[in-house]
Design a protein around this ligand. Structure first.
Ligand SMILES: [Zn+2]
Length: 418
């Protein structure tokens, strides 16, 4: 489709659109965002954050860009209504995963459009969703011009893919204020998700005693220690969801290493274990159990030790099915003529694991298919991307609907004091 053929973002009858330079074309701007390499590591998210800032600045919207680590940045922008009400946060991450080993048919940074699909790293996960939120935010601003109750906050974070480090910093610095509800634009085929698993990565370091392999009993072989630990891991019960909404918790050994010579008893080794947990599962209790297992094995093999170090610890997320934000999202879907399916669940984690510390009622909904995330030849269907803009715009309006008696209250920060 040529640029001129596309429906323009701001309708011609919007009086304000003619007075100020309008927002950029959503498709062309998504292409620009995909061409901006934010593969993490290293991320370099500040470049993309500045691109978003420029668009927000042009619309006269207050932005708060915070440069964090080398080339990384978090961005928060706020639309303040003229009356008190709920605070809704629109959340997306700026980084993408690396490219993987397979050859791409379409250059991953070309943002090539073929048959209604845009190809490129991050199209689905999640520059499509991030920009759909941005354009909905801009559309809501144009339509309401500050005449609404509450607040809408656009929040773009760095380093989600390596463990939500940007979200962590946003919360720790108070960059993002406490909120009543949040939409996270991870790819979900524009269907609501109200729960996802947590993650706990632990490294198990083993220390033994080296010896010549012709006299193994003179050493303490760390492979034996790790093997025994692995056996005990297999006997750990995995949590199941009594309601059947989520698949059972999982455990997988994802890395293992030990040994330097064919004829040497190894005295150093490690293993990494990946647990995916259910809402309500206590990671502290799980770590306690792993530590006890490690101590037992060390006691049995004198001279050997096993040390447990958590590498990533993010709890699961669950929002009540009757939460107002889920209803708002249903109204958003209805606005584009879709029936929302009952909210589903996801096995992946998102920044919501961290953000739930300062708010609740989090829904994940975004364009793009979850099975496209992290794939070679990742793509997004452009029609779904554009639909997401309309879904979000209507959902924001529904959530901050001033006729709703529930949205006349105080800001959440004040509510917490009560
Ligand atoms: Zn993502």
């Amino acid at each position: 489709m040529r640029r001129a053929d596309r429906p323009q973002f701001a309708a011609a009858d919007e009086p304000t659109a003619a007075m100020a330079p309008g927002p950029p074309d959503p498709i062309a701007f998504l292409q620009e965002a995909v061409r901006c390499d934010t593969v993490n590591p290293p991320g370099n998210e500040a470049v993309l954050a500045r691109m978003l800032c420029r668009v927000l600045d042009q619309a006269g919207i207050k932005t708060d860009l915070r440069l964090c680590r080398d080339g990384q940045a978090n961005l928060v922008a706020t639309l303040q209504g003229n009356r008190p009400g709920r605070r809704l946060v629109l959340s997306g991450h700026l980084d993408t995963v690396p490219l993987g080993e397979s050859e791409w048919t379409h250059d991953p940074f070309s943002a090539t459009i073929i048959d209604g699909r845009m190809y490129g790293r991050g199209t689905a996960d999640m520059k499509g969703g991030l920009l759909a939120l941005l354009f909905a935010f801009l559309a809501f601003n144009i339509r309401n011009q500050g005449d609404f109750a509450g607040e809408v906050v656009f929040a773009a974070s760095f380093a989600e893919e390596t463990g939500s480090h940007g979200a962590r910093q946003m919360v720790d610095d108070g960059h993002l204020p406490p909120f009543d509800a949040m939409i996270v634009a991870e790819p979900s085929s524009n269907q609501p998700i109200n729960a996802h698993k947590g993650v706990l990565w632990v490294q198990v370091d083993a220390t033994g005693r080296t010896a010549h392999s012709s006299a193994p009993s003179e050493g303490v072989n760390v492979i034996d220690l790790l093997d025994r630990f692995r056996g005990d891991l297999g006997r750990l019960p995995l949590a199941t969801d009594p309601n059947g909404h989520m698949t059972p918790a999982t455990m997988a050994v994802t890395r293992i290493g030990a040994g330097k010579g064919n004829n040497v008893i190894p005295d150093k080794g490690f293993m990494v274990v990946d647990f995916r947990t259910l809402p309500g599962q206590d990671h502290g209790a799980l770590l306690g159990r792993l530590n006890a297992m490690a101590r037992n094995i060390a006691d049995a093999r004198q001279g050997g030790t096993l040390t447990i170090t958590p590498l990533l610890d993010l709890p699961a997320v669950e929002t009540a099915a009757d939460a107002a934000i889920l209803d708002a999202v249903r109204q958003g879907l209805a606005a584009v003529g879709r029936n929302g399916a009952p909210p589903g669940s996801a096995n992946y984690f998102t920044d919501a694991s961290v953000f739930q510390e300062i708010g609740q009622d989090i829904v994940i909904l975004g364009p793009g298919r979850a099975d496209q995330a992290h794939q070679t030849d990742e793509f997004i269907e452009i029609a779904e991307y554009l639909a997401a803009i309309d879904i979000y715009t209507a959902a924001i309006g529904a959530y901050l609907n001033t006729n709703d008696p529930d949205n006349r209250g105080t800001q959440p920060a004040e509510r917490e004091k009560q």
